[in-house]
Design a protein around this ligand. Structure first.
Ligand code: PLP
Length: 423
């Protein structure tokens, strides 16, 4: 299969491109809402269930607000992400602060917002105590070490990861936090990334639920929530299968009953999904501007890795549709490149596509997570606009494109007049 469906056609995108020149990221509001609703429905059996959307995936306030309307809070890990959440009024227990290597002043800011703080390390207990104080509800991030397996398959290598408390540190840390006034606890772990295996969450849940039960029995601490964090993947390739979120929710429910059934424990389930929430709802729209035939055939487009770096840094696959040519024979082998002076700046390598002419619009799929947000300014390239495709088919500019003036803004201290003017 070489096809991935789109919620728009060429004519629609040509209209949008008249308003907002390419390249731009386009987000499908209907799909964002659908994803949030499906997740909520899958965990509706758990009364305290809450998704804290990992804002780093797509930190646009309009996107965060749409998800908030669907019942999602936020998961933040930096000062700016906390500011974004605060600006939208998402504070208190709707806000998770799951940071690591945390600057002390960020703990203090998170405490002022009443965030639920998820500590990454036992040494951070004292740091938090000195910067905002130990709250009544507190969470710790668990790193079980060893290898993380689903069945016989190795899905991650926690022992090598920089995140989380060891098992012994969890007991010690919970004890210490209790002595310092904490009364309710959360337990968190993030052990695999971009995982579409339906057993990822259930396997992780088994580990966390069992550990929570042990901690409850050892220390008598109330486990208020278990945070399954992020990591659910999306099908980037047309032949990949999507996670069946309803199945995942039902399986986690079975594990919950198995581990907690004969105990008084009824913790809430939290999630911190990023990629799963926004990834498939975003598209990078770009135009073919050059055609080059050397030892290979290249199509140069007006976007580059500064707008979407995943292919360049991970060799990640992103599907490409040439608008208006969806049904044309895919009989041309192209490398689709950006303009960075970097050989890795290619959105596709040896990809079978229909014949592309200059001016054709290309849609790069699944850019709604870690697309715009990983953008950068290498080679003096500018970040693009972000556009929302509303449910009624209208569009709204939700971030303007950067200008050269933005690029030079931090040089204002030099007072060079030509760097502060737009040509
Ligand atoms: C990145 C991140 C997430 C979200 O991860 P996804 O793979 O996008 O779901 C959740 N929690 C923490 C702590 C993270 O760093």
């Amino acid at each position: 299969m070489t096809h991935k469906a789109l919620p728009f056609d060429k004519q629609k995108i040509e209209e949008i491109a008249k308003l907002y020149p390419t390249p731009f990221h386009l987000y499908d509001e209907a799909e964002l809402r659908r994803r949030a609703r499906n997740l909520r429905a899958a965990f509706a059996w758990n009364p305290g269930f809450h998704e804290h959307y990992a804002v780093k995936a797509c930190p646009n306030p309009v996107i965060v607000q749409i998800l908030h309307e669907e019942g999602c809070g936020t998961d933040c890990a930096s000062w700016a992400e906390l500011m974004l959440s605060e600006a939208l009024g998402i504070t208190g227990e709707e806000l998770m602060f799951s940071s690591n290597d945390t600057p002390p002043e960020e703990f203090a800011y998170a405490r002022r917002l009443g965030a639920v703080i998820n500590l990454d390390d036992i040494s951070h207990i004292d740091c938090l105590a000195a910067n905002g104080g130990i709250p009544e509800l507190i969470s710790c991030r668990f790193n079980p070490g060893g290898e993380f397996r689903i069945g016989t398959q190795i899905m991650g290598n926690p022992a090598d990861a920089k995140f989380g408390f060891t098992r012994a540190q969890l007991t010690e840390g919970f004890k210490k936090l209790k002595a310092m006034g904490a009364g309710r606890f959360g337990l968190h772990a993030f052990l695999s990334s971009c995982n579409t295996d339906n057993m990822y969450y259930p396997t992780l849940a088994k580990l966390l639920f069992t550990t929570a039960r042990e901690l409850f029995e050892e220390l008598g601490t109330e486990i208020a929530f278990i945070n399954l964090s992020g990591g659910i993947g999306i099908p980037y390739r047309p032949e990949d299968s999507a996670t069946d979120i309803a199945f995942v929710g039902a399986k986690v429910r079975e594990v919950y009953a198995e581990v907690f059934g004969n105990t008084p424990m009824r913790p809430a389930i939290y999630t911190e999904l990023g990629r799963y929430m926004t990834g498939p709802a975003g598209y990078l729209v770009t135009r073919a501007i050059h055609h080059k035939d050397t030892y290979k055939r290249f199509i140069g487009v007006d976007a580059c890795a500064a707008n979407l770096m995943r292919p360049a840094i991970y060799g990640a696959y992103h599907h490409i549709t040439v608008l208006g040519k969806e049904n044309a024979p895919h009989d041309h082998v192209y490398d689709v490149t950006g303009s960075l002076c970097e050989s890795s700046d290619r959105f596709a390598v040896d990809r079978l596509l229909p014949e592309i002419e200059r001016g054709d619009l290309l849609v790069i799929h699944d850019t709604g997570a870690h697309g715009f947000s990983m953008g950068y300014n290498y080679n003096g390239k500018l970040r693009s606009a972000e556009v929302l495709l509303r449910e009624d088919g209208s569009t709204r500019l939700i971030r303007r494109a950067e200008t050269n003036r933005d690029y030079f803004a931090t040089l204002d201290i030099l007072g060079l007049p030509r760097l502060s003017e737009e040509k």
